[in-house]
Write a protein that binds this ligand. Sequence first.
Ligand SMILES: NC(=O)c1ccc[n+]([C@@H]2O[C@H](COP(=O)([O-])OP(=O)(O)OC[C@H]3O[C@@H](n4cnc5c(N)ncnc54)[C@H](OP(=O)(O)O)[C@@H]3O)[C@@H](O)[C@H]2O)c1
Length: 239
Amino acid sequence: MTELLNSIILVTGANGGLGREFVRQALDRGAQKVYATARKPQDWDDPRIIPLALDVTDPASVAAAAEAANDTTVVVNNAGSGNRSRLLSITLSDLRSLYETNVFGPLTVAQTFAPVLAKNGGGSLVDIHSALSWVSTPSAYPSTKAAFWSLTNGLRIELAGQVTHVLGAHLGFADTRLTAGLDVPKEDPRDIVAAIYDGLEAGEHEVLADDATRKIKGKLSEPLEALYPQFAATPVEEQ
Ligand SMILES: NC(=O)c1ccc[n+]([C@@H]2O[C@H](COP(=O)([O-])OP(=O)(O)OC[C@H]3O[C@@H](n4cnc5c(N)ncnc54)[C@H](OP(=O)(O)O)[C@@H]3O)[C@@H](O)[C@H]2O)c1
């Protein structure tokens, strides 16, 4: 169980749609201080919010942030990037860059902040995944979220030794810059972040933050066609 009251939280990608909510709602729940990190940190209107430079793809920048924020008790690994290119046409250079941001970046953050969390009593690591960790679309992005999900599960086992609580949070579509231009129903980022913080404070290891995500996870034990109906055999009467 992680009480946010009096905690000191560091959020990556804090200028983004979910990131801003992670910053604001941490304060609403009584956090003492929030490090709002970003590649280009913005000014905030609250003295409890400390803007800090952190590019998840730059290990030196992550190390400098860990030194500056060495009182952190909760790390929210939220920064991420999208790419709708198809797997058959994305360049390996673009794919590697996506993995740098969505997979190696958050792993670098976890590795670098693990000693900080240990020093401060264990604390928590919150990793932001997706319903696309479990179901793919014709694009490169889902595989990065699947890889990150698997890393989180490994990290949970490794970090148990230092009593760091690891929460993996999954969501469908939320209304942020990442989903701009997608014509689909989208959740309010405020509701998604509230569900994730509720789960964190309840001591959960995994949060499924919306109905779409719960439905997808529920289908994982069914035949593959439940997730990919386009591959279901055509019923005989329709042939
Ligand atoms: N929105 C959704 O529907 C949805 C669904 C499932 C999962 N997610 C996940 O939720 C997380 C937050 O996304 P969002 O929806 O809030 O999108 P967003 O508004 O685009 O925010 C993403 C943030 O990540 C930051 N970022 C990108 N590369 C970075 C880097 N190298 N170092 C540090 N920060 C970096 C961006 O910073 P800049 O401002 O500098 O570009 C941006 O502020 C992501 O991990 C995303 O994959 C979102």
